[in-house]
Design a protein around this ligand. Structure first.
Ligand code: HEM
Length: 327
């Protein structure tokens, strides 16, 4: 679902190559997650050849590049046919990025090459799809395990629905409890628990350990969010801890960094959270949810599986029944 939402926002319409593109992006994400011996010996180029990793990545890269090139060219063609710049609100992300392409007349202050545009699009698909999908999956699983939380969230969403007659992005700010639930999920199950590796820019000392310049440093955001020095009963799923609490995920509170912090903080926070919040609000508003085959909440297995993002080991099967509001 997240791939479809992102495809729509980026491409504007469904291209016949879209499914092939998504499957190739998935393949890259699979190849780049997990353990790879070549990463341990980056100077040994022969290792990349004998493991076959290089040729696999080059093949997928070529295909992704071909499809993106075709879609970008199609946008350019449409733009040249329509002559004027497209009306704001009707543009997709490629239309917006093309305004900044080298040689374009619309904007001069920033200049992007076609290669830059393809890289941005690729980043958005790889960075923004599994992370948001994983967050939604964990949130549904945690709510099924904690029926009190599920009911409280549904009451909140449906109250807004009765007041306004719809659930869309304009009412998301009113969903305080749902937001607290998602924050709690990101504390206990951050989809990227070890953030992205950093290289130490200068030698330093931490807790009497000497860290030489150029060391690869990995930050455990999950351990930070579960540290009893920062959080009372950290193992407990308790969204109320985020109500009337100023701790946020924008990178200023170092005890809670599910999106990282500093220069390399996730640039997709707002888009990612909008996707997660709106999707969950709609699922909670329009459906009641039960577990299949008489399963009890306590039977839900929350074991994690490590990959490009940390997902639940088991798929989550739930039975939806349509919610009909009383007149
Ligand atoms: C719930 C959703 C998401 C979560 C939990 C998440 C989490 C993260 C984390 C932890 C990092 C590493 C930050 C660091 O090392 O300090 C990251 C980086 C990144 N994210 Fe996200 N992300 C999400 C959604 C998105 C979306 C929607 C996009 C794109 C539209 C995106 C694009 C990126 C990119 C491009 C980077 C690399 C930034 C860099 O290295 O400079 N992410 N994200």
């Amino acid at each position: 679902m997240m791939f479809s939402i992102t495809s729509r926002a980026v491409f504007g319409k469904k291209y016949k190559e879209q499914d092939e593109f998504i499957s190739e992006v998935r393949q890259v994400m699979q190849l780049s997650s997990g353990f790879y011996i070549g990463d341990l010996f980056p100077s040994a180029k022969w290792l990349q050849n004998i493991t076959g990793m290089r040729s696999k990545l080059e093949k997928v890269h070529k295909n992704i590049d071909r499809i993106l090139e075709m879609i970008i060219d199609d946008h350019k063609e449409t733009k040249s046919r329509t002559k004027d710049c497209l009306v704001e609100g009707e543009e997709d992300l490629i239309d917006v990025l093309l305004k900044f392409e080298e040689g374009s007349n619309c904007h001069q202050e920033l200049s992007l090459t076609k290669r830059n545009i393809k890289a941005i699009l690729f980043d958005i698909f790889t960075g923004g799809s599994d992370t948001a999908a994983t967050t939604i999956n964990w949130t549904m699983a945690e709510m099924m395990k904690n029926q009190r939380v599920l009911q409280k969230a549904q009451t909140e969403v449906r109250m807004i629905f009765h007041k306004t007659g719809k659930i869309d992005e304009t009412c998301i700010d009113e969903l305080k409890y749902l937001k607290a639930i998602i924050k709690e999920v990101l504390r206990i199950h951050p989809p990227v628990p070890l953030l992205l590796p950093r290289e130490c820019g200068q030698a330093c000392e931490i807790d009497r350990y000497h860290i030489p310049i150029k060391s690869k440093v990995i930050i455990n955001a999950w351990a930070i969010g579960m540290d009893p020095k920062n959080w009372t009963e950290p193992e407990k799923f308790y969204p109320e801890r985020f109500i009337d609490c100023s701790v946020d995920y924008k990178g200023n509170n170092f005890e809670y960094i599910p999106f990282g912090a500093g220069r390399r903080i996730c640039p997709g926070i707002n888009y990612g959270m909008a996707n997660v919040e709106l999707t969950l609000a709609l699922l909670l508003c329009h459906f009641d949810w039960t577990l299949p085959n008489g399963m009890k909440s306590d039977d839900l297995d929350m074991t994690e599986l490590f990959g490009a993002s940390v997902i639940r080991k088991d798929d989550l099967y739930l039975i939806p029944s349509t919610y009909t509001p009383l007149k």
